[in-house]
Design a protein around this ligand. Structure first.
Ligand code: SAH
Length: 248
């Protein structure tokens, strides 16, 4: 109830008067109109949580997260929570998605510019690929599970994002056809950065990926490829599904 005062007054009228925080689970019936307001509130929260990059916040305000999750979960789409997307996989919390994209944009060579060619490992339902399409020139997103690859393509098709390329394959091998990349972002956590990602990253480029330490705890890892070699920064703990090799 604490959030109520910041909720736009116009939502407190008409059929939503009694439950301004709850969204209808019936996505088909007019969810779209309300969702921009709920998204604006999510963006406001992200800003309060320390996400300061205006381009990232704008993208989070534009892409309709509820379209990427099962309709039964659509009422939770703008909560700061991870959600199941099928086949044992999850879509990350909006806060973590926003944080990772902010880190990509903070790469020394990218700062204040659009991202060039970006590779995403783990398309999942396609949500982050859609966000990246607003921040990058080209997005190459790879998914190893056929079922999710198909789902992501279905989710993305009506959005008509010509700069998003969804690829079925093992992202641990990267995607040389799209290389070199100015940024690589992984939505699944492994034990080390695959050599293919380093090889396919341009000098000045940055990788942001969840990585496991020796005792199996995950944290966000930032790797910058410079003319002098690789520079690594280990940041806050995170919880991602495992990076797996091969396709299924
Ligand atoms: N970015 C996604 C989140 C997906 S969850 C979204 O917005 O929905 C992580 C995904 O990584 C899962 O779908 C999993 O199948 C995929 N994955 C794990 N290892 C992979 C690999 N080696 N190559 C490609 N995808 C992989």
């Amino acid at each position: 109830m604490k959030e109520r005062p910041s909720f736009p007054a116009k939502l407190n009228t008409g059929k939503h008067a009694a439950t301004p925080k709850k969204l209808s689970t019936n996505v088909a019936a007019g969810f779209g109109l309300d969702s921009s307001t709920v998204r604006a509130r999510m963006v406001q929260k992200l800003a309060q949580q320390g996400i300061e990059d205006a381009r990232v916040l704008e993208a989070m305000g534009r892409i309709e997260r509820h379209r990427f999750v099962d309709s039964a979960l659509a009422n939770q789409a703008y909560e700061d929570t991870s959600l199941p997307i099928g086949l044992g996989q999850t879509i990350s919390k909006p806060n973590v998605v926003a944080r990772m994209m902010t880190l990509l944009r903070q790469a020394p060579s990218i700062k204040n510019h659009s991202l060039g060619r970006v590779m995403e490992i783990g398309t999942g339902c396609g949500y982050q690929a859609a966000l990246l399409s607003l921040l990058a020139q080209e997005v190459y997103s790879i998914e190893r599970l056929r079922g999710l690859y198909n789902k992501a393509r279905e989710n993305l098709r009506p959005m008509r994002l010509p700069n998003v390329h969804v690829i079925f394959g093992d992202g641990m091998l990267g995607y040389p056809q799209g290389a070199p990349y100015s940024a690589i972002i992984a939505a699944a956590g492994g034990e080390s950065i695959p050599q293919a990602w380093i090889d396919q990253l341009e000098i000045g480029g940055r990788i942001v990926a969840p990585m496991q330490d020796a005792v199996g705890k995950q944290a966000l890892l930032v790797v910058d490829k410079t003319a002098q070699g690789l520079k690594q920064m280990l940041l806050e703990p995170v919880l991602f599904v495992p990076l797996k090799s091969g396709v299924a």
